[in-house]
Design a protein around this ligand. Structure first.
Ligand code: NCD
Length: 360
């Protein structure tokens, strides 16, 4: 895979130094937008969104337009060959004949990795099912950087649907690389953070606690990252109804928080943050939206400038089959199941290369 294109599939594909560089570029774009207005002249971005989106897709498209480039867009499966049963690999191969870079959102976990393996252009993961959402994390990181001036020594609460909340998985991965970070996971039992996320925290000795109570957790937090309980990820509508109002951030709860705690949310919000909080100076969720466009501009520039992946190929094992029903390896035609070996030497674990679930 040494000739694989430079893509962004997982936030850990970017080193902390590269994140700093993207933040520096985004900051420069904010200050001198006209210096960037022709950087992608003659280039095309394809946005392939096979799940609903307002912000992420428009943010990518606005980013490409502000760089002077063009956009090709597919927004549902109904109007594309996916409805005819086309594989992800074939769809993106086709699109790569027209576009210089692809942003893909897809309901299956691992879909963006399959896409990146299939085409000679960079692929950006704009959300793969309940797995990852690295460009939302770029928006989140620029917001934290502008509000707090550092990624170190922060107590970060993540609240809501931690099981399927892909933005949370990517954010935890990114912040885990900074000193003095602590996480407080606030969720109903049914929506606890997946094992592959906590396994990585344990391996890296990052402190975290899990709790059911937002009220108890909030006084300690520097950042509270709220998420939506995602109706579309539930197989059981009764369970969704039972959990949908688990956490609602109100003025009363904000009164328990630090004076400078940041409230973040990837949006869309349903009812988990009271609109009465929108005017609180601690509310940062609309700043995240704005920051997302600048970080996506910086990312597109980087991927167009540095086309080849610096990543070392991983050793893959093919003797198992992934049990996660949402994993792309279960449906993509002739995709060989692939696993990586993780964990400590005395207790190694095989994890699916595509969705990171543990092999059973
Ligand atoms: C999030 C997503 O799609 O994962 N939204 C976004 O991209 N800003 C969160 C959500 O849909 O709840």
């Amino acid at each position: 895979m040494s000739d694989m294109m430079r893509s962004l599939i997982d936030i850990l594909d970017l080193s902390p130094r590269e994140i700093d560089e993207l933040i520096a570029t985004a900051t420069d774009i904010i200050e001198n937008p006209s210096a960037y207005s022709r950087k992608c002249e003659g280039k095309k971005l394809a946005t392939l969104f096979f799940e609903p989106s307002t912000r992420t897709r428009l943010s990518f498209e606005a980013a490409m337009y502000e760089l002077g480039g063009h956009v090709l867009s597919v927004t549902t499966t109904d109007g594309s060959s996916v409805a005819k049963g086309e594989s992800i690999a074939d769809t993106v191969r086709t699109v790569s004949c027209y576009a210089d870079i692809i942003a893909l959102r897809h309901p299956q976990e691992g879909a963006a990795l399959v896409a990146a393996q299939s085409v000679p252009v960079p692929v950006i993961n704009a959300g793969d099912g309940g797995h990852c959402h690295p460009t939302q994390t770029l928006a989140d990181l620029l917001t934290i950087h502008r509000e707090k001036g550092t990624f170190e020594n922060l107590t970060v609460g993540v609240c809501g649907d931690l099981r399927y909340g892909r933005t949370v998985h990517s954010l935890i991965g990114a912040l885990s690389r900074y000193a003095g970070i602590r996480f407080v996971m606030i969720s109903p039992r049914e929506l606890r953070i997946p094992g592959y996320v906590t396994a990585s925290l344990q391996e890296n000795h990052i402190p975290y606690t899990e709790t059911l109570s937002l009220e108890e957790a909030i006084p300690d937090l520097d950042i509270l990252y709220m998420t939506r309980i995602q109706r579309e990820r539930f197989d059981d509508p009764v369970l969704y109804e039972a959990l949908k109002d688990s956490y609602i951030l109100t003025k009363d709860k904000m009164a328990l928080a630090k004076e400078d705690m940041c409230v973040m949310h990837p949006l869309p919000r349903v009812n988990e943050i009271s609109v009465a909080i929108d005017n609180d100076p601690r509310a940062c969720y609309f700043k995240q939206v704005r920051n997302g466009k600048y970080m996506r501009m910086a990312l597109i520039l980087k991927l167009m400038r540095e086309p080849f992946s610096p990543k070392e190929p991983r050793t893959l094992y093919h003797h198992l089959r992934c049990n996660n029903p949402r994993c792309v390896s279960r449906t993509e035609q002739e995709l060989e199941p692939s696993f990586i070996l993780t964990g400590p030497k005395d207790a190694p674990v095989y994890r699916c290369y595509y969705c990171e679930h543990k092999a059973r």
